[in-house]
Ligand binder design. Structure first.
Ligand code: SAM
Length: 331
């Protein structure tokens, strides 16, 4: 069985990118009157404690979400129209942009912070990051935006996380609107496409613990687009020096372009991927340096939202001079 547990990583820089993007997508896609089916193929436990044993051991959230609370947050800043007008932002090298750290949060990041405030009322009252104790995984974020007509289908294969997820979702008392199943998310996706009201968003967020996950993501997304071309498909991936990881966004771009679908690819780098040595001369692995979100059929608003939010993520979460972002789109 897998050893990956998302609890060790909850609230890290990859979650900040993933969940900020997810909130922007859910907010946009749930504005319409037609029912939306949301399918989360790799759901995790749904809810995490940032003061729990797992997260305290790894400390990843300290370099992720907590950094958003160590700076003063001002009111929501509008997206500058000049940024919204940018047609293509294609940066081969990460763009390091350092806005002043006390500027107002971009709307997408503000929405993310607002959601954390709602889950942590003491944090909202005091503004003290010590009160950031509960962290929402993708299932909770998705559920927050649903209205009565929408459906959320969650898949989680790890028995312990499946049990936690089932318990966490039961607490919400939302009945049959949200289903939780212990099945292989890659396998089951096809059985839900096309969805009844022909509107769907799929989040595919594996742990990539097994090398074959990269190929499975590419194959699963290609099959999904064939079955239901107009769905919004969202893939999280690690940016690491490994051929499969490097190839995945390229494969997704080629597939989306061939299928005549639009796409957006955003990456956030927080530090160098190079191995270093400590004072004792021991090799220190850097941990995850960067990650990306690839979206097929993104809403037209997403690019401008991320264009405003990504430089702020770099400014707040960046750990060395390699920090930066890329944002490109096509189709
Ligand atoms: N999406 C979650 C979030 O953002 O909060 C995090 C998910 S975590 C990165 C990946 C999860 O996928 C792990 O909990 C792992 O147990 C589960 N998993 C691994 N392979 C799977 C598969 N084939 N089908 C369903 N779940 C799987």
């Amino acid at each position: 069985m897998f050893s990956y547990r998302h609890a060790f990583h909850a609230g890290n820089h990859a979650d900040v990118l993933k969940h900020t993007t997810l909130i922007a997508l859910m907010k946009y896609l749930t504005q319409k009157d037609t029912a939306l089916t949301v399918i989360d193929t790799h759901a995790g436990a749904g809810l995490y404690r940032l003061d729990g044993d797992y997260t305290e051991t790894s400390g990843e959230a300290q370099h992720g979400v907590f950094r958003l609370f160590s700076m003063p947050n001002k009111a929501i800043a509008p997206v500058p129209s000049a940024q919204a007008a940018i047609k293509t932002i294609a940066t081969r090298k990460p763009t390091s942009s350092k806005p002043p750290v006390n500027e107002a949060l971009a709307p997408a990041l503000q929405d993310y912070v607002d959601l954390l405030h709602r889950l942590n009322p003491q944090l909202a009252e005091s503004g003290d990051a010590a009160h950031l104790k509960i962290y929402p995984g993708s299932p909770f974020i998705e559920q927050q935006f649903l209205s009565g007509r929408d459906k959320l289908k969650l898949f989680e294969l790890h028995p312990t996380d499946f049990k936690s997820l089932t318990g966490n979702i039961a607490q919400l008392g939302v009945g049959r609107q949200v289903s939780v199943t212990c099945e292989d998310g890659f396998e089951v996706l096809k059985t839900f496409l096309p969805p009844p009201a022909r509107r769907a968003m799929v989040l595919c967020d594996p742990s990539y613990e097994i090398k074959t996950d990269y190929a499975r993501v590419a194959a699963c997304m290609a099959d999904a687009v064939k079955r239901f071309a107009t769905g919004t498909y969202v893939v999280w991936y690690p940016v690491i020096p490994r051929p499969e990881a490097h190839d995945l966004p390229r494969k997704l771009k080629t597939m989306a372009t061939k299928a005549g679908r639009s796409w957006l690819n955003a990456t956030l780098t927080v530090k160098s991927s190079k191995l270093t040595t400590d004072d004792a001369g021991d090799v220190v692995r850097p941990g995850l340096p960067a990650s990306g979100m690839f979206v097929i059929n993104p809403p037209h608003t997403l690019k401008a939202e991320l264009q405003a939010a990504l430089p702020q993520m770099v400014a707040r979460l960046g750990q060395d001079r390699n920090a930066g972002f890329t944002l490109e789109h096509g189709g």
